[in-house]
Ligand binder design. Structure first.
Ligand SMILES: [Zn+2]
Length: 94
């Protein structure tokens, strides 16, 4: 029986990593945060990530990007204090 549990665990962990990579990165929790929440709290972890993200979907005061959910805005790369994310490259620079 134990191989079934191991197999299901592997499948679940793979799904967690994929979700954290494709969706979690865009959420307030980030890739690592989303992955940890999903692994520690199976099933309800997804809703916790959504709730955390909704509460943080505050938009960006600097460029008017109202869909911004992260600490640093995806459009202009600034946080609440106007600090630009380290390594952020503006589209204007490309
Ligand atoms: Zn912005």
């Amino acid at each position: 029986m134990s191989w079934i549990i191991i197999l299901l665990s592997c499948i679940y962990i793979s799904i967690c990593i994929l979700y954290a990579w494709f969706e979690g990165r865009k959420k307030a929790t980030g890739f690592i945060g989303s992955l940890l929440i999903l692994l520690v709290l199976p099933f309800i972890g997804y809703w916790i990530i959504e709730l955390l993200s909704n509460r943080k979907a505050k938009g960006c005061a600097w460029c008017g990007n109202k869909y911004n959910e992260a600490v640093y805005c995806g459009m202009c790369g600034k946080n609440d204090n106007g600090d630009i994310r380290p390594g952020f490259k503006s589209k204007d620079d490309l």
